[in-house]
Design a protein around this ligand. Structure first.
Ligand code: G3P
Length: 223
């Protein structure tokens, strides 16, 4: 199972990368907006430069999302984003226009992450359009009292049935149990917020056990 970090924050990306467990990064316009310090003067060129900085930190796929709604514009922007670095994966929304753009871009060798996926039918379309990744948003489904992980199970089953090469990238992860469930289902990738990556290693018995070991280690030092 691969771990991506779901953030545009360079410090978070560096810190997670230093842990040695990071395989890639996903961003979206909302995550980028969070880290922009001067929104009045943040340009598209600044956005691309920021994606380039992420690619310099992490040696793995970096999802950068298109910011237009029409297929033709998504194609132009997707080609532009893909030119930033070999590791850039272009994120397109699962809309009619997005699907057209995905098909065109993937047919031209650009890797696609199909985003804002909330149903198995959308996931089938993403695979047929040649997306490299499909991103079911589990937390946002949970938010509306729909079991997000049930969608992940369905997508994994469907892709297995037809040996679709599209990888299942579980997104909108909110807590460690989402990561465990994604792993049990056999999802290919989990994209995880920085805070949740930290939560993955915490266990109270580790803390109390270590405290005891450190106390008892005093004996060794004396000896
Ligand atoms: O990767 C998509 C993810 O960022 C969405 O997360 O928490 O905004 O639903 P969230």
């Amino acid at each position: 199972m691969r771990f991506f970090i779901d953030t545009a924050d360079l410090e978070e990306i560096k810190a997670a990368n230093d842990l040695g467990v990071l395989d890639g990064v996903t961003t979206n316009p909302s995550l980028v907006a969070k880290i922009v310090q001067d929104p009045e003067n943040f340009t598209y060129e600044d956005f691309k430069a920021h994606i380039a900085k992420i690619c310099d930190i992490v040696d793995g796929p970096v999802s950068a999302e298109v910011t237009t709604l029409l297929a033709e514009e998504m194609i132009v922007q997707g080609e532009d984003l893909a030119a930033i670095h070999d590791n850039v994966v272009v994120k397109c929304p699962l809309t009619l226009e997005g699907l057209k753009a995905m098909h065109h871009l993937s047919a031209n060798g650009i890797r696609i992450n199909a985003t804002l996926v909330f149903s198995p039918t959308q996931a089938i379309l993403a695979a047929k359009a040649g997306a490299s990744y499909v991103s079911p948003f589990v937390g946002r489904l949970d938010d509306i009292s729909t079991e997000g992980m049930a969608l992940v199970e369905q997508i994994v089953d469907i892709y297995d049935n037809y040996r679709f090469p599209t990888e299942v990238l579980v997104a909108s992860i909110r807590h460690p149990q989402h990561v465990v469930d994604a792993a049990l289902i056999g999802a290919d990738v989990a994209t995880i917020p920085f805070k949740v990556i930290g939560q993955l290693l915490k266990h109270p018995l580790t803390d109390t056990g270590l405290e005891r070991f450190m106390k008892d280690a005093a004996v060794i030092k004396k000896g």
